[in-house]
Write a protein that binds this ligand. Sequence first.
Ligand code: NAI
Length: 351
Amino acid sequence: MWKCPPLRRAAGQDPRGKGQFMKAVLIPGDGIGREIAESVKAVSQALDTGIEWQEYAAGAEYAAEHGELLQPGVLDAIEQCGWALKGPTATPIGKGFRSINVQLRQRFNTYANLRPVRTLPGVAARFENVDLVIVRENTEDLYKGIEYMLTDDIANGVKLITRDASLRICRFAFDYARRHGRRKVTAVHKANIMKLTDGLFLNCFRQVAADYPEIEADDVIIDALCMKLVQKPEQFDVMVAPNLYGDIISDLCAGLVGGLGFAPSANIGDKVRIYEAVHGSAPDIAGKNLANPSAILMAFAMMLKDLGQAGAADRLNSAIQAQVAEGKVVTADIGGTAATTEFTQAVIARL
Ligand code: NAI
């Protein structure tokens, strides 16, 4: 069963005499990243988490100035700390460099992308009581980036699915379900058409499911799933999917609960885990103190829980929920007028 890695080299004795402290990497990223990273630092301090942030730049803005995407030292720091919280980084469409997210996931083999999706009181949404978890395979499928031009007019991309990665992600999903008292795991696929690649994924799912008799297991074709999700999302619980389908249904599910402003995620490997908001760098509102920091704060809460600070994580989630439910000091994306900094201070006041 998957377990949090111990606090390795990055941990030490807290100079304040309160026990252990630990180092974690913070990558603000592009656009609104800097603003929401400031919220994280303020909340971390208010919660007295003992986390010492190692801050590194990465992304398109850093590249424009320095000619490279990642500040030197960031990869070593992530390797050493094992824990990182990352802001959004911009990726050019159809040309240019490969996504930093994809590079980090492949470099550190953070094979599981965990995305819980829940309705929050106070956030206008199409449904009430949505409570889903998406487990997305993070390292292969079409995102492996194996693309080439066969001729000037024919582009080819390789959909790579392996038995090892499929067994690993399915086992992760069932372990998660067991640990969190979830009733069902659904495999997402298109094995009726992609009989070898998605067929292999589905066979691995069925093999793993046999080891978890107490958890219901079923499977659904990706297009049918999209329709069922927008009609009756409560029929699903934990969903496990290859990379591309997982990416798409994550945003679809975020839309079910009121958008990307409240969608956190974790990229989990055996040695490294990187937490982030699902949303992007929001260039239209960057630098204006308008961003909603909730998603990255909720990703930070996921990190705190995995670090063994469940109490602090619960306090943070409750404070965000109460602040949003009250609806007075909230950001523009959910109908308010508050600045990022005002919302952050209001959440801190509730901690
Ligand atoms: P986006 O998520 O940045 O923005 C979509 C819309 O949602 C915009 O109107 C934006 O203002 C709003 N929005 C997003 N986050 C918000 C927040 N926290 N508070 C308030 N409003 C928010 O998606 P878009 O425009 O497609 O992508 C912009 C850039 O971000 C692209 O370069 C893309 O590659 C990158 N991106 C990075 C991700 C990551 O690093 N994890 C994930 C998704 C996109």
